[in-house]
Design a protein around this ligand. Sequence first.
Ligand SMILES: [Zn+2]
Length: 312
Amino acid sequence: MFRTGAAALLAAAAAFIPGFAHADAFETGMNTLWEVLWHQSGIPTRLVHWEQPQLKVSINGVNAAAHRQHTLQALRDVAAEAGLQVADVSDQPDAAQTADVRIQITPDSTLSDNEPCVTQLHFQHETRLDWVEMQMRDGDARRCAYHEAMHVMGVRGHPEGPTVLSYFTNQTEGLQPLDKAMLHAWYSPATHGGMTPFEVLPILASELVAILPDKQQAALSRDRYLQRTVAEMQAFAEGSADVPMIVKRSGKCTDQGVRFGRMEMSYFLGVAYQKGAVVPQDAVQATRWMQRAASLGSRTAQTRLSAGRAAS
Ligand SMILES: [Zn+2]
């Protein structure tokens, strides 16, 4: 989804100009990257991405011929950062029903003014994308293309900051350094589909350190950020703290989302302690968080716990 607005843009962009003297360049960038892993209703998400090397794309609908080149360019730009190829199959029979990425340019009278462009990701398990559909109004398709192309790659959030995913950017053409960092992390050899937020977080953090001018300072900030985030997420999962402020600010948190988010976060903390992701491996903590997730209704945690009991 895409909206316009320019309020926070200048401040956010200034903080990210390479070489710009800003004490917390890492913090600012990392807040944006962390927010990408959250659904705005208050639910932390897993990483989903494409597993095949080439995406077949069909572009149809109103004035499709006029939008084809620009839309394909946006897709090719994001895919290139991810190391994927894009093939235009629009002219093949049944492409609109069989392509991996099915794009429909719609009349301006459809969709809503609030949501003139929308991308839906389809996956059976929260690991690998099966297919994706994108709709864009004829009159909005040009400024939506890069934003929606990021979603097509499996990057779901709408974080604040200098990224085409932000609602508050007026730079809609091309990708910014943070967009590229997200794509590199999403398709890094260290990444696999279904990864939990604590497994993805260090990969995102490393991509951010790599693009910041003062790497030593950034690495120190990274360690502090990761530690603090685990503490904040434990408080959130326990119910003694709210969703992160960055997510709260979107104004779209729901009670149901936050309840579900606490359950998911408890499970993700269990996995983190089990695998030693961000935190040291700790079987006692792992079981404690799995039990909390199970008590909040997580079937996955319940299954894991009973499998663990059967094995021991
Ligand atoms: Zn969007």
